[in-house]
Design a protein around this ligand. Structure first.
Ligand code: IMP
Ligand code: MG
Length: 184
């Protein structure tokens, strides 16, 4: 268990199991992703859509590494049905105000687990006739639920652990950690 004063001050005294990606590692990879995205979209309008809430820190770092004009908007999606178990149905609680028609749309997500939510969202967005539609995920757990959504840009292949920090939460806690930790 990791219980340095820096960790404990931020978690209210709860140790984490380990730091899986530290600040420098994340920053380096985000920089590379930004360069990949800049190269991948040489022309056309590019709209970056951040899926709230988990992507908020990743998105804010990522957009500052993209060296071409972009627009930024957000999506808030909610799975509904029987509550805890993902029903596979998705409802948009906040729908982007920005027009999608004809634009390159890059959906930014924190972590892909089963990918169910994202797959449904892609169907909803595809109905609005974007010029192209792709996903950028910071972390991919590579859980085998078929068909998997196609991930065009991936930060890290994540271990099969419960990760928190850098936007990722456990019951709304830990989102503010500057690193990504295994909660155990
Ligand atoms: P999926 O629809 O099964 O891919 O679930 C993805 C969503 O579950 C992510 O957007 C996160 O909100 C949440 N999630 C999955 N794994 C983790 C984790 O390790 N830590 C925190 N949230 C997670
Ligand atoms: Mg999420």
């Amino acid at each position: 268990m990791l219980s340095t004063p820096e960790v404990l001050r931020r978690t209210g005294g709860k140790p984490v199991k380990s730091i899986v990606y530290d600040e420098a590692t994340i920053a380096g990879r985000v920089e590379e992703l930004g360069a990949e995205i800049t190269r991948a979209y040489p022309d056309g309008e590019l709209l970056i859509l951040g899926l709230l809430k988990g992507s908020f820190i990743f998105l804010s770092d990522l957009v500052r590494t993209i060296e071409r004009p972009i627009q930024v908007d957000f999506l808030v999606a909610s799975s509904y049905g029987d509550g805890k178990v993902s029903s596979g149905k998705v409802r948009l609680l906040y729908d982007p105000e920005t027009r999608l028609e004809g634009k390159h749309i890059l959906l930014v997500e924190d972590i892909i687990d089963t990918g169910k939510t994202l797959r449904k969202l892609m169907v909803l967005l595809a109905e609005r006739s974007p010029g192209s539609l792709a996903i950028c995920a910071l972390l991919d757990k590579q859980v085998a639920v078929e068909p998997r959504p196609e991930l065009r840009f991936v930060g890290f292949q994540a271990p099969p652990a419960f990760l928190v920090g850098y936007g990722l939460d456990h019951a709304e806690n830990y989102r503010h950690l500057p690193f990504i930790a295994d909660l155990e």
